[in-house]
Design a protein around this ligand. Structure first.
Ligand code: GMT
Length: 375
């Protein structure tokens, strides 16, 4: 099948999932066309089966806002015709589902029928999409998709609660390419980051307010009062600077390392003992799953789709949003006892294997067949 994948090319989870899915589908013989404004960050190599088409939006002084969705829908029409693409899979409703639907209608005018699958990822529903400025267009484009999927049951329920949805929503959880994490690193170069007696705690995100970065620092602060520890902060975003300031105020700057965006998260997780994800809301928590497959237990909030991924008492612990005390106590329970840490490491990996890419990609292939029947 020839599939066009539309996604954000950045470090966000939706772009990572779309890219990994495209690569996996290409490995299964499909021809994949990524259509976005930049080559996706996790897409290292193009090949016979993997193509990238850049959407250009030339600056024009008359426009206060450059019309990206117009350029995207035009590009989709052109690429579908040029490469005889069979199906559109758009990730993140805004504005991809809207642009995809416009492309579909333009193609229909020329007698070309193309099914569209829309995958909802989280903030496109819970934070941005439900805002009154976007809600009508998001509702419309979800209802006009041939098949709609969400990455967790929790996100499906949020979508049904927040929008007037007339379509069925299929839950297809995010996944992990297990082979990428069977890297067999023996020396994870842990000694570069911490001394032997220090535990390494890691957080990976886009440093938005929804991630409660302040809580990450405060949880770590409680931990380091009791045991020698270092905190690795991976990612970039608006909350990074305030977090650096907070570390200074708390006098822990020497114990917190801000690494910026990284394409080597697997190497960082390799030397990590614990992962923190205290988000306000999280439709799934791909970053937690990436930690778990690396045998890193997760201390997280009990919100959104996180409990569908992180199992309390098995792969880590769940606490109420903002309960820094409970999260740091849970972290210390795991970190202070070597046998407990080992038990949770095994639990984290076993739970992550439930989301093996080989179980999930065939589900998407089934969804594509369904989309052909619906189109
Ligand atoms: O977490 C973010 O802010 C990025 C965002 C995105 O769309 O890239 O992540 C969302 O999609 C991920 C992949 O499906 C999920 O794992 C994240 O939980 C979800 N983020 C939120 O719901 C806040």
């Amino acid at each position: 099948m020839k599939i066009a994948i539309v996604c954000y090319p950045t470090f966000g989870g939706s772009g990572v999932v779309a890219t990994e899915l495209g690569i996996a589908l290409a490995n299964r013989g499909h021809e994949i066309h990524f259509i976005t404004y930049k080559q996706p960050v996790r897409l290292a190599l193009l090949s016979e089966n993997i193509h990238f088409h850049e959407v250009n939006v030339p600056e024009y002084p008359l426009f206060h806002y450059q019309p990206y969705e117009l350029a995207l829908s035009s590009k989709l029409v052109d690429m579908v015709k040029l490469h005889q693409i069979d199906l559109l899979h758009v990730h993140y409703a805004i504005p991809h589902a809207y642009a995809g639907y416009m492309a579909k209608k333009m193609l229909a005018e020329e007698g070309i029928t193309i099914p569209m699958v829309t995958t909802l990822h989280g903030t496109d529903i819970t934070l941005v999409g439900s805002h009154p400025f976007y809600k009508s267009a998001v509702t419309f484009s979800i209802n006009k998709s041939d098949v709609v999927t969400s990455v967790s049951e929790s996100l499906k329920q949020d979508t049904l609660r927040l929008f007037d949805i007339k379509r069925e929503i299929d839950v297809v959880p995010n996944f992990i390419d297990v082979t990428k994490y069977n890297h067999g690193f023996t020396d994870c170069q842990r000694s570069l980051m911490a001394t032997e007696d220090e535990k390494i705690i890691t957080h990976v995100s886009n440093f938005r307010a929804v991630k409660r970065i302040d809580d990450v620092v405060r949880i770590f602060n409680e931990i380091q009062k009791e045991i020698p520890a270092k905190l690795m902060m991976v990612g970039e975003g608006p909350e990074k600077e305030p977090a650096e300031q907070l570390c200074e105020e708390l006098g822990i700057s020497d114990k917190v390392i801000f690494l910026g965006n990284s394409n080597e998260v697997d190497k960082i997780l390799c030397f990590s003992d614990l992962f923190l994800l205290p988000s306000e809301t999280e439709s799934f928590g791909l970053a937690a799953l990436e930690a778990m497959i690396s045998s890193v237990p997760v201390i997280s909030s009990n919100t959104g789709g996180i409990p569908e991924v992180n199992v309390h008492g098995v792969s880590g612990y769940l606490s109420n949003v903002g309960d820094i005390k409970d999260m740091s106590n849970n972290a210390l329970k795991i970190l202070k006892d070597a046998a407990e840490l080992e038990k949770f490491k095994i639990g984290a990996k076993e739970q992550a294997l439930e989301f093996d890419i080989n179980k999930i990609v065939p589900v998407y292939e089934f969804i594509y067949q369904k989309a052909f029947e619906m189109a």
